[in-house]
Write a protein that binds this ligand. Structure first.
Ligand code: HEC
Length: 127
């Protein structure tokens, strides 16, 4: 009986230490991955060089906007010079169409700040 309990506890500990740790103090990368798979993955792959409706988001955090080769960005995105810091991503994902005027990303955005923090924490793991 006790042995079984200890095994269960040990398993629980082992699994939790294997889970991806949050990349930032605010965001939870594991929760962000689930949100990403639900809301971004139709349009964005996370593998290098795989462009769908949107560009690959591999290593997007801190890179310059419109940097993926072979992706046809909007002129507005090409003119956007501010690197994708977590702060810039937060503003963009809150209101993609309002942030970079005329962007092609037909996505209403993530209104919940916690969802954005989690997705950004997940994006930070893609390196
Ligand atoms: C309906 C399709 C669609 C969805 C859904 C979508 N995107 Fe996009 N995304 C795009 C397109 C298209 C672009 C290119 C925009 C442009 O050129 O103006 C883009 C651009 C981006 C960029 C800038 C990339 C770069 O290389 O500069 C980021 C970051 C981004 N999306 C993140 C996300 C995240 C995170 C989500 C989910 C929360 C998401 N997108 C959901 C289509 C989408």
């Amino acid at each position: 009986m006790t042995g079984r309990l200890i095994v269960t506890l040990a398993l629980a500990l082992a699994t939790s230490s294997l889970a991806p740790r949050p990349a930032s103090a605010e965001g939870d990368a594991a929760a962000g991955k689930a949100i990403f798979q639900r809301t971004c993955e139709n349009c964005h792959a996370v593998a290098i060089g795989v462009n769908k409706v949107g560009p690959s988001l591999w290593n997007v955090v801190d890179r310059k906007p419109a940097a993926v080769p072979d992706f046809a960005y909007s002129d507005a995105m090409k003119a956007n010079k501010a690197a994708w810091t977590p702060t810039a991503l937060d503003a963009y994902l809150a209101d993609p169409r309002g942030d970079v005027h005329g962007v092609k990303m037909f996505f209403k955005g993530l209104p919940n700040p916690a969802d954005r923090a989690n997705v950004i924490a997940y994006l930070q793991t893609l390196k």
